[in-house]
Design a protein around this ligand. Structure first.
Ligand SMILES: C[S@@+](CC[C@H](N)C(=O)[O-])C[C@H]1O[C@@H](n2cnc3c(N)ncnc32)[C@H](O)[C@@H]1O
Length: 248
């Protein structure tokens, strides 16, 4: 099956993903978006985050939760797919959006951020251009800032099934990352270090309880803390690395 561009599938992307995940597990895509934002919020809770860029924001699934967990921060979203940005703009009128264009244009942009959040974007970038994009994104990180990257973990059998499913219109298994490959993106770049790395998304059921129990927010946060204990276990549905710009 030919991989479609995100401009082509902007209108149906959410629905397609929802149906795809629905084949394998209960509950929607929303909880995964909240899961990731909550993990980052938890891991960086002692740090001052005043500006956030959702790089490759798509239709804004993570922005909903970045707004929830960082109500005081200035929020930005960027993507290369105009059609998706149009949809996101309508849903999040308070977020600033831009089409990040090509490498040089993005790299030289003036605004920089305390946190750059990137969920399932790097495997859509051509492998020959990835290193250059890494440098470009790091250029937009404030000194002492963090870049959080989430990618699929193909060791998890469900994740792999979803990636190779015939109805998956946007993923190509050959462009996916192992942990080693993800870390390798930062090899030879001197002004950053790996602040955190681990497998994640072990407890997706927890957000389904949020509507029903008064205290389930605390419970889900408790489970987020537990994630740290399992970060070595390659069965998490996704993997995450957080890199820190070393400058203070
Ligand atoms: C699987 S979607 C993920 C969207 C969103 N981050 C989420 O988690 O719902 C991948 C997104 O990456 C975007 N993308 C691919 N290459 C990009 C690039 N070089 N710069 C910015 N966005 C890019 C696509 O347009 C698409 O919106």
């Amino acid at each position: 099956m030919a991989i479609k561009s995100f401009n082509e599938i902007a209108e149906i992307y959410d629905k397609n993903l929802e149906e795809l995940l629905g084949k394998y597990m209960k509950g929607g895509t929303e909880k995964y978006a909240e899961y990731k934002v909550q993990l980052i919020h938890n891991l960086l809770k002692t740090h001052n985050i005043n500006s956030i860029l959702d790089f490759g924001c798509g239709v804004g699934r993570s922005l909903k939760y970045l707004t929830k967990y960082y109500p005081q921060a200035e929020l930005w979203g960027c993507d290369i797919a105009d059609e998706e940005l149009q949809i996101a703009k309508k849903i999040f009128p308070k977020v600033s959006f831009f089409n990040n264009g090509y490498l040089e244009e993005f790299s030289s942009g003036e605004k920089s951020f305390d946190l750059i959040f990137t969920s399932c974007v790097m495997h859509h970038i051509n492998p020959t251009e990835r290193k250059a994009w890494v440098k470009a994104v790091l250029n937009r990180l404030n000194k002492g800032g963090y870049w959080a990257i989430f990618e699929h973990n193909l060791i998890n059998p469900y994740t792999k099934k979803i990636v190779i499913d015939k109805d998956n219109k946007s993923d190509d298994i050959n462009w996916m990352f192992s942990r080693k490959k993800l870390i390798k993106l930062f090899e030879g770049i001197t002004d950053v270090n790996i602040f955190w790395q681990g497998y994640t998304l072990f407890f997706p059921f927890r957000f389904t309880s949020i509507q029903y129990h008064e205290n389930s927010y605390d419970f889900s946060y408790f489970l987020t803390n537990c994630e740290r204990l399992f970060k070595w276990c390659p069965l998490g549905a996704q993997q995450c690395i957080i890199v820190k710009n070393k400058g203070e």
